[in-house]
Design a binder for this molecule. Sequence first.
Ligand code: OSB
Ligand code: MG
Length: 364
Amino acid sequence: MTSKLSYNLVKLPLITPFTTSFGTQLDRVAYVFTLENEGITAYSESTTDVDPFYSYEDNITAMHMIKDYFSKEISDLPTPAAFMERVEHIKGHNMAKAALEMLLWDYHSKSSGISLHKYLGKSKGYADVGISIGMLEDDKLVPTIMNAVNKGYKRIKLKISRGKEARILSAARLSFPDIVLSTDANCDYRLEDLEMLKSLDQYNLAYLEQPLGHDDIVDHASLRQSMSTPLCLDEAITSPDLAREAFQIDAVDIVNIKPGRVGGLLNSLKIAEIVHNYGGHCWVGGMLETGVGRAFNIALASNQLVDLPGDTSPNEKYFSKDIVRNVFKMEKGTISPFESPGIGVIVDTEYLSMMSTAKGEIPI
Ligand code: OSB
Ligand code: MG
């Protein structure tokens, strides 16, 4: 077969710097992969970033794993399930695996002539949308929330960090007593901060996202017992097994599913199923993806098992110009996935090339 795998490392400036407890991001720097075979062009995006601050993976580790281990497993264009079986013995590196797994999903749904959300099955045909708002200067917080509420977002999530939580959440609640509000600590607390974390119950949050360690579920189980606010896990759920274990030990109410973090869409669907079977809830998160990664997230978020609004804002929240020609529009707090085959995005190859700091081919 004459398939070709290539990559672009794009650097797109964010409209607003994005500050979490682990740092401030000014640009989205992402590997975009292209797979060409017999007239079909498939795309994917690695959710890794320059720094290993959200998880241990970064762009360089992802490229190493893809070049040295994973790319050779896609030359015969296996199904995503077959690919995942072949790489199962390679530990971790879920974001790198996911980049190729999702490339195969786009390829196979395109070669079947079916849109990805339908190809995945059980689609509602739309995704409910919330917004993730990074930490801002005090005077910008309330206007930013106001703007998001006016745009119709169905849930507002505010990033917090140790020591800043009360200022941020009390300011938000004072101005917006009734909005659906959640907060994300990105692992900034420890169980010793129990009193501070318990004090968050007063803000009537839809949930508290990932307060404790990135690889912890046991302390989260203790914390959950002491709080009335539902607990959502993000970083800590890196596999279907960990999702099951977290529910088994009562460590979680809600899972933020990110296909990159869990090794792709197949594992994402498995996790959604597990969450559902345990009576939990889930939503699809994001990693500030370009229009390519965003299209996968929105297709997944359209699944019937995804029952809460996710962090899948329209492209315009992130970039003044995206690398795709067709951007998502939000209407009444929902976004519809594209109906053309695969992820359905039309990549602006000229702009992609212009914004690339590196590009190349990976022999397969
Ligand atoms: O924890 O959900 C997170 C962005 C980068 C890294 C981690 C997270 C996030 C977000 C933004 O919250 C989600 C998005 O809008 O893509
Ligand atoms: Mg999170």
